[in-house]
Ligand binder design. Structure first.
Ligand code: CTP
Length: 393
């Protein structure tokens, strides 16, 4: 809940994608941010201030010369009392004005007086995006510390196909969260594992478990947001690949082990959230097993314990393991912490598997225990990383 209680100016300029700002406002409010919408004159040609103010739960500001009083906030106050200024969509004209220091309406004036980070989500025709003047304006703003989300490639409203589409709303939201996140993992090289593994019986059957990968993906994204360089080694999962993260897909426990061995030496922090199979069929049949016999016995053999291996090889690494328990959670989790030479262990139960939320207990090497309430996995990820960042200080 990084956006909770944050004061966010949502600037909307005149592009056909302005309607997506309505969804953005709704999602920001859902995350309990306080949204102050500002629209340019041309934005009002595309969507109504009434729609935006209804979804934002606050009046829309449009006029630089709005009289003071009536609860109206002046442009300097809007600029100074904000934690983040987002412009979505931002036109080529608007980007050009900001890059040239022009402040001739409320939104450009707010930006010129702001101390908060400014996040720009461009939206325009491909030719306009590729125009050398736009390119130079964007580069100049990036150098000055302005943040950008998108644009994306795809079909455009004007009939063209190419780069220029407003970034997806969740990509803009991720960028907003990143802008407001602590950078307390900057310089860390983080290896995160996620998801289940599949141990083949034959070409069409396998032994696996109910892990979805959500916890690991949330951890990888949160670590990146907080400034780390992240490698995500993932077993089979239907989740979209997170952007800005090196992604290594694997299938079996053996492949997971090999990938971890490869990335472990250069990592400073390892978070092993994958549900790695402990056993695999001794023999994987090369052809589909036919149902000839009445009974079928599959002999299983142990896989490598990847985390235990890393615990043995540990140098300066900070190792985080998970412990999935159905009974005696604290005691069993602590045993795993010692046995696998971990710095921190996150105990949880099968209720967290393939679920949007998780209820975890965080146990550290110096034996502090923190029992968290059931929380969304993004929040759990940040709470785990809060602890890791404090211990690594
Ligand atoms: N783990 C691993 N390699 C395995 C099995 C587990 O690296 N072959 C890691 C998991 O990713 C997790 C931790 O070890 O971080 C504990 O996994 P868990 O399934 O809770 O326990 P196990 O060690 O497998 O022991 P048990 O199944 O007996 O509880």
């Amino acid at each position: 809940m990084i956006l909770k209680d944050k004061k966010i100016v949502l600037g909307v300029t005149g592009a056909i994608s302005a309607y997506k700002a309505l969804e953005l406002a709704r999602l920001l409010v859902k995350q309990e941010a306080s949204v102050r919408p500002v629209m340019t004159r041309s934005a009002i040609e595309f969507i109504t201030p009434l729609s935006l103010s209804t979804l934002a739960g606050n009046p829309v500001y449009t006029d630089l010369f709005e009289p003071a009083g009536n609860g109206a906030i002046g442009h300097i106050e809007l600029a100074q009392r904000s934690d983040l200024i987002m412009i979505a969509p931002a036109t080529a004209n608007f980007i050009g004005k900001v890059a040239s220091g022009i402040a001739d309406d409320l939104l450009t004036t707010v930006i010129s007086a702001a101390s908060a980070p400014v996040l720009i989500a461009p939206s325009m025709n491909t030719k306009m995006w590729e125009n050398p003047i736009t390119r130079a304006n964007v580069e100049r703003l990036k150098k000055l510390g302005y943040l950008f989300a998108g644009p994306e490639e795809g079909p455009l409203a004007c009939g063209y196909e190419g780069v220029g589409r407003l970034a997806a709303v969740d990509v803009i939201l991720d960028a907003a969260q990143e802008a407001l996140s602590p950078r307390d993992l900057a310089g860390e090289k983080v290896l995160v594992t996620a998801g289940p593994t599949r141990e083949a019986i034959d070409p069409v059957r396998f032994v696996s478990n109910a892990s979805s990968g959500k916890m690991g993906y949330a951890l990888a994204k949160a670590a990146r947001r907080r400034g780390a360089e992240v490698v995500l080694i993932s077993g089979p999962s239907y989740l979209p690949r997170p952007s800005g993260i090196a992604f290594v897909p694997v299938t079996s426990a053996e492949e997971m082990h090999e990938a971890c061995v490869r990335y472990y030496p250069q990592s400073t922090l390892v978070i092993m959230s994958a549900a790695v199979a402990d056993y695999r069929p001794k023999k994987s049949y090369p052809a589909k097993v036919k149902k000839d016999a009445v009974e079928l016995t599959i002999e299983m053999v142990r896989t490598n314990d990847v985390l235990k291996y890393m615990g043995r090889k540990k140098k300066d690494h900070f190792l985080v393991g998970f412990a999935l328990e159905t009974e005696d959670l604290e005691e069993n989790a602590r045993k795993k912490l010692i046995d696998k030479n971990l710095d921190l262990v996150v105990g949880n139960t099968p209720a967290g598997l393939d679920s949007e939320s998780n209820q975890v207990t965080i146990i550290t090497r110096d034996n502090t225990i923190e029992v968290l309430p059931p929380l969304g996995k993004d929040e759990v990820a940040d709470r785990i990383l809060d602890k890791v960042a404090r211990l690594k200080e």
